[in-house]
Ligand binder design. Structure first.
Ligand code: KIV
Length: 295
């Protein structure tokens, strides 16, 4: 384990801009449970995103759209309980905000009130900007998400890089400015050319957090399982900062072998009983009547 440097100043929705203005880059990672949140906190990660990617990386489903509000609440609560320092952002799942401003505010309120998140995230520009405004006006910090927005992947023709033409990049910039004007405290930029992300970032007062958007954003986010080598295939923009698959499988193999050859558990893993009690129990066990078979 590498030494932990003094953790930098804690970030929260109200100081994000100042923290970035001071020259610091924001570090965000997804998290879905209590132990991961504790580890990320220990590592000094600034922000934890309880992403709807949970549907795929945790629940093994085909799409990020296949996760319910109740499931997202369960993940968010677990992460919030584990995170003492990090700012927790809860992802609004598919169809929890798209239908109306009212639904968006109710579900954002649940992620904060019941889930313990400090902010919520929603995807897209256009009508999603109205939802972001409604959430912000309700007093809830909201993070936008532009570029490749997985909830609209079926409509976008799959998981493809976005904003690769001048016109599409200009639309993205418009959406980003609209989200900022609507009250977003930060914007995730996913799978877009680096020059677009850099230019959009330079036009915004709020921080951008990139994933597959190059180095010119105010911070970076990666999916937990991807960056720790726990998924088989990863998008090209992922760097695996660790490989937890091999040591995990090794540990499980050692456990299986130890159980099978009888070397686990040993006395040190076992509760003892006073000799006289053990002797008395042995006598009682020997004389106890056999249970008759009910058949
Ligand atoms: O759900 C998620 O993990 C995300 C990140 C990829 C930004 O939205």
């Amino acid at each position: 384990m590498t030494d932990t440097p003094t953790p930098p100043e804690r970030v929260h929705p109200a100081n994000l801009r100042d923290v970035v203005a001071s020259g610091r880059r924001l570090v965000m990672v997804t998290a879905y449970d209590h132990p991961s949140a504790r580890l990320a906190d220990e590592a000094g990660i600034d922000l934890l995103l309880v992403g709807d990617s949970a549907a795929m990386v945790v629940l093994g489903r085909e799409s990020t759209n296949d996760v319910t509000m109740e499931e997202m609440l369960l993940f968010t609560r677990a992460v919030s309980r584990g995170a003492r320092r990090a700012m927790v952002v809860g992802d609004l799942p598919f169809m929890s905000y798209q239908p109306s401003d009212e639904l968006a505010v109710v579900n954002a309120g649940r992620l904060v009130g019941e889930g313990g998140a400090h902010a919520v995230k929603l995807e897209g520009g256009g009508r999603a900007v109205d939802r972001a405004r409604a959430i912000a006006e309700a007093g809830i910090a909201v993070v936008g998400h532009l570029g490749l927005t997985p909830q609209s992947a079926p409509a976008l023709g799959g998981f493809r890089a976005q904003a690769r033409t001048a016109a599409a990049a200009a639309r993205l910039l418009e959406d980003a400015l609209a989200l900022e004007a609507a009250g977003a405290v930060a914007i995730v930029l996913e799978a877009i050319p680096a020059e677009v992300a850099e230019r959009v970032t330079s036009r915004l007062a709020v921080p951008t957090i990139g994933i597959g958007a190059g180095p010119g954003t105010s911070g970076q986010v990666l999916v937990w399982h991807d960056m720790l080598g726990l998924t088989e295939r990863v998008p090209r923009f992922v760097h695996r900062f660790g490989d937890l698959t091999a040591p995990t499988v090794d540990a499980l193999r050692s456990y299986a072998a130890a159980v099978r050859d009888g070397s686990f558990p040993t006395a040190e893993h076992t509760y003892a009983m006073p000799d006289d009690e053990a002797g008395q129990f042995a006598a009682e066990a020997a004389s106890a009547p056999q249970l008759r078979s009910v058949r």
